[in-house]
Each structure stands twice: as C-alpha cells, then as structure tokens.
Design a binder for this molecule. Structure first.
Ligand SMILES: Cc1cc2nc3c(=O)[nH]c(=O)nc-3n(C[C@H](O)[C@H](O)[C@H](O)COP(=O)(O)O)c2cc1C
Length: 375
C-alpha cells in the first residue's frame, strides 16, 4: 500500500512538474481543501496521514507540539490551509511572512524547480494578504477550534486548544525603509499576538531589497528588544496567561562567521527564545543543473538539498556555542527521517520542511515522524 502511494505521488509530481510551480501549488492546496471539506474524506485522509509512532509529543516554550515536524514559512503565507495541513500530520505550521500592508510580491514567474538538484529557487517577495486579513482568518480558526474541541478544553498549552501549533512569521513591507522596519514588526506583532503561539522575526529573506542588512547586531537588537518589551507589557495586562509567546529570529545560511557569532552573542544577551536556521541561500554553488538554466532563472533564494549541509552546520554551531541554551528550529533540505535525525542530532529541537514537501509529497510529515530517532 505504502509503495502504491509513493508511486502515485511520483506520477502526480511528474504531471505537476509540467506546469508553472506557483499555479500548481495553489491548485494542489485548493484541491486538498475541497477534499477536506467533505467530512468522511477528511477523516480518511487524516487517518492515513497520521504517524504510527505515538511517542512524538514534544514540549518547549510551554507549548505542546504533537510532533516535531512543522511546515516552514512561505508555504501557507496567508493562513488559508491550516485545516488541510493539520490533516497531513504536521505538528506545527509557520504562517507568513506577513507584512503590515498587503503586497503583490515580485512579478511572475517567481518560483522555479531544479529537479536535478532537488531544489527550488524563489523570489516571491513577501506576497501576502496583509496582517489584518491574516489575523482575522486566524481569529476565526481559533474561535472554531475553541467551540469544536472538547478534548483539549482545559489545556493551557496552546492558544487554539487544537494541537496544531501556529507560528507567526513577520516581516516588513518592501516600501518601508530599514530605519523604520521596527514599526512594521511592531504592527504585525500586535495584530497577531492573540492568534499565534510563537513569533519568528524574518530578516533573512533575500527577496526584499536590503532586508538582510537588518541581521546586523544593532538593528536586530532594536527590533527584537522592542518586541520583547511589547510582550512584557502585554503579559502584565493578562496575568492569567501562561503562554509566553516565544520570539525567535530566522537567519540566513549566508551569514559570515563573525555575523553568526554576533547573532549568537545578541541572542544570549537579550535572552532570545530561539533561532530558526536557516532561510534560503543566495549562493548557487555546487548545483548540477545546467548553469545556463540557473542563470536564466535569475535572482532568488535557493532551497532544498543544496542548503542541507550548511543549515546543519549552523544548527550544530549554535547549539555547541550556546550549550543548547538557545533552542533552534532547523529548516533547510529536509526530505526524510534521516535528514530530520541529522538536524536533531546536530541539536535542533524541531524541524521544518518546505522544498521536501514538493519532492516527497503530502505524506512527508508522517514519513519523517515514523522514522524520527530522538524522543
Ligand atoms: C517558495 C518559497 C517561499 C518562501 N517564503 C518564505 C517566507 O515568506 N518567509 C520565510 O521566512 N521563509 C520563506 N521561505 C523559506 C523556507 O521557509 C525555508 O526556510 C527554506 O526554504 C529552507 O527549507 P527547505 O530547504 O526545506 O525548503 C520560502 C521558501 C520557498 C521555497
């Protein structure tokens, strides 16, 4: 049966790969949404996509993750497919990157597959519905789950009483100058505060001009400390809240050693809750895809197999340098349980997939969960 499903996805994938990558993404997710809207089909899908391994729950930051496998930011930018992603067995989904105002992003085509390298190049440019619309969607999700779920009714562990943990990945609008970036992060933080379980500050996407300059220590300190202050003020008003809303920072795999050391020093100094390592790379090193094809694709962030090693190295470096005091969510080139285990052994507490979903198919979370070695 497993073999038949694997062959089926290979066939579907080869058909999908004939069409524009972005259009296929939405077509596939909307098709899944249609199937999930039919109660008994949703149940069959959910039963099929849940991992057999039951000892997967993991607690961090006062949040209980039903498993350690999440979907990385950029897949469900607008929080439109949470039900479907929960059905597929993900333990957490990072929505976004969300910006204060809606944005169209860059001109299409802007998403390209490199099958020979098991990679993707994207220059989406933070296309999203804007934080107000996304917050409204999350509010509805939360309300629905509070009414529906009795099982987790008394659990203080998640915002939603559903066991799907939701991260809010926040960014700045393209038109906002870097010196005002902190204001954009503040707007997104405030709007999403009641509806997400954790935050990720994204200053590492290569597709918003100048954004990665914010990875410089002083800029980071300004943005992150400000959000921490806002959080303290909010939590003072809600003394009954047990959920701290951890704030994490997502970093690029292209940081130099000294930049990485700066980030680690700062994370320790301000007691940051964690890091997400890593985003896509601007490097094109080591690709086996024809150089002319890569050049014709042009600018963008490269993800998938080519970032796997660098991402693992960064995870390992951070955990060693901090004695594991700063939890790391690993992202970059995870396709299998072996890849996830490599990241966990390097010190990551959780893993996220994006490109792996495209190449391995919708059963990726289940496959990884069933083969995860670290309990
Ligand atoms: C099409 C696409 C869009 C992405 N959009 C975002 C985004 O909006 N924000 C973000 O932090 N990361 C974004 N990413 C980066 C992923 O979240 C992930 O960190 C990166 O792709 C490395 O993981 P992977 O090798 O499993 O794809 C995007 C990646 C892809 C392929």
């Amino acid at each position: 049966m497993k073999f038949i499903f694997a062959r089926m996805y290979q066939l579907i994938r080869s058909i999908f790969f004939w069409f524009d990558a972005e259009k296929v993404h939405y077509f596939a997710m909307n098709a899944l949404r249609f199937f999930c809207s039919i109660g008994f089909i949703k149940k069959i899908l959910a039963a099929n996509f849940q991992a057999k391994n039951k000892k997967l729950a993991f607690e961090s930051w006062g949040l209980e993750f039903k498993n350690r496998v999440g979907l990385a930011a950029g897949f469900d930018k607008n929080a439109k497919y949470l039900r479907e992603l929960e059905v597929l067995g993900f333990g957490f989904v990072e929505i976004g990157t969300v910006t204060p105002k809606p944005q169209d992003g860059n001109d299409q085509p802007r998403l390209f597959r490199l099958p020979k390298d098991k990679a993707i190049i994207n220059r989406m440019g933070f296309n999203n519905d804007g934080v107000k619309v996304v917050a409204e969607r999350l509010k509805k999700w939360k309300e629905k789950h509070e009414v529906q779920s009795t099982k987790y009714e008394n659990s203080p562990l998640t915002t939603h009483h559903s066991r799907l943990i939701i991260g809010g990945n926040i960014g700045k609008n393209k038109v906002t100058p870097n010196e005002d970036a902190w204001k954009d992060y503040e707007i997104c933080f405030n709007e999403l505060f009641d509806y997400v379980d954790y935050f990720v500050v994204n200053v590492s996407s290569p597709n918003t001009p100048g954004l990665r300059e914010l990875q410089e220590k002083d800029s980071l300190r300004k943005i992150l400390s400000h959000l921490q202050t806002l959080r303290t003020e909010r939590l003072k008003l809600k003394i009954d809240s047990v959920v701290e809303k951890p704030i994490l920072l997502k970093i690029a795999p292209d940081l130099t050693q000294s930049q990485l050391d700066d980030v680690i020093d700062l994370a320790k100094e301000i007691q940051l809750d964690g890091l997400v390592a890593s985003n896509t790379t601007i490097s094109r090193e080591g690709l086996i895809t024809d150089a002319a094809i890569v050049t014709a694709i042009g600018a963008g962030g490269l993800s998938g197999l080519p970032v796997k090693q660098r991402s693992t190295e960064i995870v390992q470096y951070i955990t060693q340098k901090t004695n594991g005091e700063i939890p790391v969510i690993a992202s970059g080139g995870i396709f299998s349980a072996a890849d996830a285990n490599e990241k966990l052994q390097a010190g990551a507490v959780l893993v996220q997939v994006w490109t792996g979903f495209i190449y391995e198919g919708p059963a990726i979370a289940k496959k990884i969960c069933n083969g995860i070695a670290v309990q």
